[in-house]
Ligand binder design. Structure first.
Ligand code: SF4
Ligand code: MSK
Length: 662
C-alpha cells in the first residue's frame, strides 16, 4: 500500500536554500533520505565541482598534461600557459568547441537514426511506421528542392529519406535546410565561412582542430564551433524534428498532465526516458494492446500506466497526450516511489545511478539502444525491423515485475494539467486561422506593442542550482513584462508543473498586453514546442516572423532573446551556439564554461555580436537575466522604430476590434 501521508516537504540545503521549487521533488528527496537512498542532490552537496575545470582552464588533450591555467590572481603575475605554450584562451576555446562537437553529435546521431528508419519505412520495410503527415511530407520535399508534383507519396518519401541521410556525410556544398533561413542570414554565414558543408564533417573537423598542436586561434575555433553547431540546429536536429513529424504526426494542441502524481499505485507503471521517439511510439501502441492489458490484469493490476521522462516524454506528450512523470532531476525519484515497474531508457540524459537505485526496489531498468548500455541494467535491444515486438517484450517485462513490488511505496500527489503541442505549424494556424494561416497577427501585435518581444527559454535542470527555480523565476518575469515565451525540454516541464502551460496562466502572471492576446486566442503565455531537437522549431518560427515582414530582415533584427538558465549538457552548448550563430542574444545561467579566459569570454559576450549579430552572455540570477533579455528586446524595438508603440498599453475600441479579429 502507498503511504497515505503526503505532508509538505521540509528538506533544504545546509545553507538553508531549497533544493527544488517542485513540491513533489522536495517530498521525494525527503523520502529518499528516509530510506537512505543516495540521489544526485546528496552527491551534489558532497562533491563540489573543480573550479579550474568548470571555467574551462584545464587541458588534457595530450599526455604532457593535464595543464591547468587558471586566471592570474595578481596583476603582476604572468598568466600561465600549458606545457606546449597553449594560452588560456586557446585552452578554453578548444574545450568549448569540443562541447559543441559532443552536443551536435548527440542531436545529429539522433537525427541520423530517425532518417534511417524513415527511409526503411518509406520503402515499406518496417512494420508499424508510415507517413502520418502527408502535408508536411510535401513541405519538406519542397524545402529539399524536390519536384513534389511529379512524385507519388512513396517515391517522394524515399527521396526525402535519401536526401536527409546524405546530409550527414556530405563533403562539399551547403546543408539543404540551412537554405530555409532568412536570405540575409545565409549571406552572413557565407561571408564568415559558417555555412555547414556536411553534418559529420564539421564535427570531425572540430576534433581535428582541437587535437594537440592544431588550431591555436580562439576566434578560428569559435567559427568552426559555429559551423558545427549550425549543422546541428539547421541539420541534424531539424532532420530529426521534420522526419519525426512526418512519421508520427506534427503536434497540435493537446492536453496532458505532469509530475510524479501521474503514477498509479494499482496499475503497472512504465516510464520511457531519454530522447528518441522511435521505440516509445511503439510502446504507446503496445500499452494499449488488449493482450497486454489482459496480461497486466492477470497479475492483479487494474491496467497499465505509461508516462514519459525528459525529452522522450515531450515527444509522446506532444503527439499523444501521454503524461509526463518529470524532468531530468526527477529520474531517480521516480524509481524511489516504489511503484515504477520499468524504467525504459534510450539515449542521453540517463543517470547511471538509476542502476543502483533500481536494485533497492523491484524496478526493471531496461536499456534499449546498442549505443547506451548501463552496467547492471537489463538490455532489450530496439529492433527497428520489428519494433512492435520489442515494445511488447518491454511491456511484458514491466508486467512481470509488478507482483514483486515491495510494501513501502510512496507517490506524491502533485499532478498538473497543461496544454501543449505548439509546433511552428500550430502557431501559424492558431494565430492566423484556417484560411489565412500566418504570423501576421503575431507580427502586428509585436509592432503594436501588446507583445513586447519573444523569448526562447529552454534546456536542462542542473543539480548545482535549485531544481526548476531559475526557469520559473525567469519565465514569470518575462511574461509579466509582456514577453511571450517559447519553451522546450526540461524547461517546458518545469513550466508544466508550475501551471504556466495552462491558458489560465495568462490572467494570473502576464502583463496586460500579453494577457489580452492569450485570452483572446485561448493560448498559454508559455508555448511548449517540444523536445531538445525541437529547438529547430524555434529557428523556423523566428524565420517565419522575419519573412512575414515588418520586423527587419534577419533573425538578429527581431526583438527576441534566448536562455538556458539551468543548462548542464553539452547539447545545450551546441544549441546555444547555433542560436548565437543564427543571430540570437543567448544567456546561460548557473555556470559558464569559458570564464577562465577573460579574452575568449569577452569575445563570446561582446565582440561576436558585431560579426554574427548574436552573442553569448552569462547571468546567474534569473531576475537579472530577465532584465538583460528585456533590455535587449527594447534595444531591438528601438532599432526597428517600434519603441513608441508600447506607450499605447491601454487599448482603445479599434484595437480591441482588431484583436478580436485574430
Ligand atoms: Fe598541456 Fe598543451 Fe598537452 Fe594541453 S595540449 S595538455 S596544454 S601540453
Ligand atoms: S532532456 S538535454 S536534461 S533539456 Fe532533452 Fe532535459 Fe537537458 Fe536532457
Amino acid at each position: 500500500m502507498a503511504e497515505k501521508k503526503d505532508k509538505k516537504s521540509t528538506k533544504i540545503n545546509e545553507d538553508g536554500s531549497a533544493l527544488s521549487v517542485c513540491e513533489a521533488t522536495q517530498k521525494m528527496i525527503d523520502r529518499a533520505r528516509e530510506l537512505k537512498v543516495s540521489t544526485v542532490y546528496d552527491r551534489a552537496a558532497a562533491m563540489k565541482p573543480c573550479l579550474i575545470g568548470a571555467e574551462g582552464s584545464c587541458c588534457k588533450n595530450c599526455s604532457m598534461g593535464p595543464c591547468r591555467v587558471p586566471p592570474s590572481k595578481k596583476e603582476d603575475e604572468p598568466q600561465k600557459v600549458g606545457l606546449c605554450g597553449a594560452t588560456a584562451e586557446t585552452i578554453a576555446a578548444r574545450n568549448f568547441a569540443r562541447m559543441v562537437a559532443a552536443g551536435a553529435a548527440a542531436h545529429s546521431d539522433h537525427g541520423r537514426g530517425v532518417a534511417e528508419v524513415f527511409l526503411a519505412a518509406a520503402k515499406g520495410e518496417v512494420p508499424g511506421y508510415g507517413i502520418k503527415d502527408v502535408q508536411k511530407l510535401l513541405q519538406v520535399g519542397l524545402d529539399l528542392g524536390l519536384d513534389v508534383e511529379k512524385m507519388e507519396t512513396k517515391e517522394l518519401a524515399i527521396k526525402i529519406g535519401e536526401k536527409c541521410l546524405a546530409e550527414f556525410g556530405q563533403q562539399e556544398g551547403e546543408l539543404l535546410f540551412a537554405k530555409k533561413a532568412p536570405l540575409k542570414r545565409q549571406e552572413l554565414w557565407r561571408k564568415h565561412n559558417l555555412m555547414p558543408r556536411g553534418i559529420d564533417r564539421e564535427i570531425v573537423e572540430i576534433m581535428h582542430r582541437t587535437h594537440m598542436g592544431v588550431d591555436q586561434d580562439y576566434k578560428n575555433l569559435t567559427a568552426q564551433a559555429g559551423r558545427a553547431a549550425l549543422g546541428d540546429g539547421w541539420g541534424g536536429s531539424m532532420i530529426a524534428t521534420e522526419l519525426q513529424d512526418i512519421m508520427f504526426g506534427t503536434p497540435v494542441p493537446v492536453t496532458g498532465s505532469i509530475n510524479l502524481g501521474v503514477l498509479n499505485e494499482d496499475t503497472v507503471n512504465i516510464i520511457v526516458h531519454g530522447h528518441e521517439p522511435l521505440l516509445s511510439e511503439m510502446i504507446v501502441v503496445a500499452c494499449q494492446d488488449p493482450e497486454m492489458v489482459k496480461l497486466a490484469r492477470s497479475k492483479g493490476a487494474s491496467g497499465i500506466t505509461l508516462a514519459g521522462m525528459c525529452c522522450t516524454a515531450n515527444e509522446i506528450l506532444m503527439r499523444h497526450g501521454i503524461p509526463i512523470a518529470g524532468n531530468f532531476l526527477q529520474q531517480e525519484l521516480a524509481i524511489i516511489t516504489g511503484v515504477l515497474d520499468a524504467m525504459v531508457v534510450d539515449v542521453q540524459c540517463e543517470m547511471q545511478s538509476m542502476s543502483n537505485i533500481a536494485k533497492c526496489f523491484h524496478t526493471q531498468l531496461i536499456t534499449t539502444s546498442p549505443k547506451a548500455k548501463i552496467e547492471g541494467a537489463r538490455h532489450i535491444q530496439f529492433e527497428e525491423h520489428n519494433p512492435i515486438e520489442t515494445a511488447k517484450q518491454i511491456v511484458r517485462a514491466a508486467i512481470g515485475a509488478y507482483p514483486n513490488r515491495k510494501s513501502n511505496s510512496f507517490i506524491p500527489s502533485e499532478k498538473n494539467d497543461m496544454v501543449v503541442g505548439f509546433s511552428h505549424e500550430t502557431i501559424n494556424y492558431l494565430l492566423g486561422g484556417t484560411f489565412r494561416s500566418s504570423y501576421r497577427p503575431l507580427n502586428d501585435n509585436i509592432i503594436g506593442g501588446r507583445i513586447r518581444g519573444i523569448a526562447g527559454v529552454v534546456g536542462c535542470n542542473n543539480a548545482r542550482t535549485v531544481h526548476d527555480g531559475q526557469h520559473l523565476a525567469l519565465i514569470k518575469e518575462l511574461i509579466k513584462n509582456d514577453v511571450i515565451v517559447l519553451t522546450t525540454g526540461c524547461s517546458a516541464m518545469a513550466c508544466g508543473k508550475a501551471g504556466l502551460l495552462a491558458p489560465e496562466a495568462a490572467k494570473e502572471y502576464c502583463g496586460s498586453g500579453l494577457a489580452e492576446i492569450c485570452e483572446t486566442v485561448g493560448i498559454p503565455p508559455v508555448l511548449h514546442m517540444g523536445s531538445c531537437v525541437d529547438n529547430s522549431r524555434i529557428l523556423i518560427a523566428a524565420t517565419a516572423v522575419v519573412k512575414e515582414g515588418g520586423l527587419g530582415d534577419d533573425i538578429s533584427d527581431l526583438p527576441a532573446a534566448g536562455a538556458a538558465p539551468e543548462w548542464m549538457s553539452e547539447k545545450a552548448i551546441s544549441i546555444g551556439h547555433y542560436f548565437v550563430a543564427s543571430g540570437v542574444y543567448t544567456l546561460f545561467g548557473t555556470t559558464f564554461p569559458t570564464t577562465g579566459s577573460k579574452k575568449f569570454t569577452e569575445y563570446l559576450f561582446n565582440n561576436l555580436e558585431e560579426e554574427w549579430g548574436g552573442m553569448w552572455d552569462f547571468v546567474d540570477n534569473p531576475l537579472d537575466m530577465a532584465k538583460k533579455m528585456i533590455a535587449h528586446i527594447d534595444k531591438k524595438r528601438k532599432a526597428l522604430g517600434i519603441d513608441k508603440a508600447r506607450d499605447r498599453v491601454l487599448m482603445d475600441m479599434q484595437m480591441r476590434r482588431e484583436l478580436d479579429a485574430v
